[in-house]
Design a protein around this ligand. Structure first.
Ligand code: SR1
Ligand code: MG
Length: 433
């Protein structure tokens, strides 16, 4: 732990206190930038605790003039309780990541009004009438700008924090800052890359329906080998500042707007991890659609819409990333004069091709890991959990597990999203069961 971090942690231990609906107004009244946004006096502000995530407190505060959101870290994992302590310094990394993202794509992240290191608290723009994308996908809502926005967010943040854009000294310095986000990385290392492949106390799944499948996964040598390779990539490849938890619960939407939230898991890791999180969660949404069908809507068309978004997101991301490379590639890793010779253009095209193909395969592997962990690990997703009939839920989950495994083990065989989509559709129709 760095000295700066140590002193921050020590100070936080002395003065930190979790806020609640009674104490928050007095706190905000002392912060001019926030009090002004709310308007009126603290006694008029309405506070609602709305946090439904796994880790933190989240409040919406409404005043006569405006509203805002307060997110405060708790010293433990909210989902599990005080038996699982978690350092408050994650609020620092979340704020650092947020301001980096704001530099890259201000229109795609919430504005930050105030940050308090000691209280592990950030005050942000209240996104309204936005809803969590995951809830929109469960409700069967289409978002015409989603793919474009998600692709833009990932291309800008993953390119502009990489060696293709930053001088090596700056990139290494930023990497050093985020290296200390150890405990949140460890959550991912355990919950995504390890626990679903072993007997672990916190694992859970739809039982008894998936008991055999869970056991099979724990004994599946090719699957465990590739999971291990992907875990090493996650732990060792400091390619860009990744959001680190870019699932559909970390994206807020209206029909026209999209905002990426909650980057507390951010660190310098493999670019494909964010892309994979998006793809994996859309695939989970896809396989859950049968579970949300009604007499009026079999959700087949909506499932097709979800699959189309995966293609649009990958292609949009790829094109935007390559365009940024062409127009703003100035980092120490990339010297255009190296490609000035007669064969240069071909060599550069080949390099870009290898770069994007590797990122595509990484993304598919991470997508698969994200799918498996949400069905066999601790933290599940509402898309599947809200399917009340356990047999129907297990049927959806089985298809998702089969595709997850396929993407992990055979990711290098796929050369396009179309081939992934076609495999997903075959599984959905039961052709390969
Ligand atoms: C114990 S935290 C469980 C999960 O919640 C977060 O959103 C991350 O995805 C983490 O793995
Ligand atoms: Mg979160």
């Amino acid at each position: 732990m760095s000295l700066a971090t140590e002193s921050r942690v020590a100070q936080a231990a002395e003065e930190y206190r979790p806020l609640d609906a009674d104490s928050l107004p007095a706190y905000l009244a002392g912060v001019d930038s926030c009090a002004g946004k709310l308007g009126g006096g603290a006694d008029e502000w309405q506070v609602d605790e709305v946090g439904d995530g796994n880790l933190n407190l989240v409040f919406i505060v409404r005043g006569s003039v405006g509203s805002l959101v307060v997110k405060q870290a708790l010293p433990y994992v909210r989902l599990v309780g005080e038996s699982w302590p978690l350092p408050l310094k994650r609020a620092y990394f979340e704020h650092e990541a947020l301001i980096t993202e704001i530099d890259c794509v201000p229109e795609l992240v919430p504005a930050v009004y105030h940050y308090d290191d000691t209280m592990a608290l950030t005050v942000m723009e209240h996104l309204t009438p936005h809803i969590i994308l995951r809830k929109g996908l469960i409700a069967g809502i289409r978002y015409p700008n989603l793919a474009e926005h998600v692709a833009e967010f990932m291309a800008q943040t993953l390119f502009k924090t990489s060696d293709l854009y930053l001088p090596a000294s700056k990139k290494k310095a930023r990497n050093a800052v985020f290296c200390d986000n150890i405990e949140l990385c460890k959550i991912t290392e355990d919950l995504v890359f390890t626990d679903p492949y072993r007997i672990a106390e916190l694992n859970r799944w739809t039982t008894p329906q998936l008991d055999d499948m869970a056991a099979k996964f724990r004994g599946d040598a090719p699957l465990k080998l590739e999971a291990q390779i992907l875990k090493e990539a996650f732990m060792g490849r400091a390619e860009a500042l990744i959001h680190g938890d870019l699932h559909s619960g970390s994206i807020m939407v209206t029909e026209t707007e999209t905002k990426m939230i909650d980057p507390e898991f951010a660190f310098y890791g493999p670019r494909g991890f964010d892309v994979g999180a998006v793809i994996g969660n859309l695939l989970l949404a896809y396989f859950s659609q049968t579970g949300h069908a009604t007499a009026d809507d079999d959700r087949i068309d909506y499932g097709i819409w979800i699959l189309e978004q995966i293609g649009l997101i990958w292609e949009g991301f790829r094109n935007k990333f390559l365009r940024l490379w062409e127009t703003e590639g100035r980092g120490d890793i990339y010297l255009p004069e190296l490609f000035d010779d007669p064969a240069g253009a071909t060599t550069l095209a080949a390099y870009r091709d290898v770069y994007m193909k590797e990122m595509f395969h990484d993304s598919l592997g991470f997508a698969g890991m994200k799918m498996v962990r949400r069905i066999l690990g601790l933290a599940h997703v509402e898309d599947l959990e809200t399917i009340e009939d356990p047999d129907l839920r297990a049927t959806c989950e089985t298809k998702a597990l089969l595709l997850g495994r396929e993407l992990i083990v055979n990711r290098r065989k796929y050369d396009s999203v179309a081939s992934v989509v076609s495999h997903a559709q075959k599984l959905q129709k039961g052709a390969e069961q």
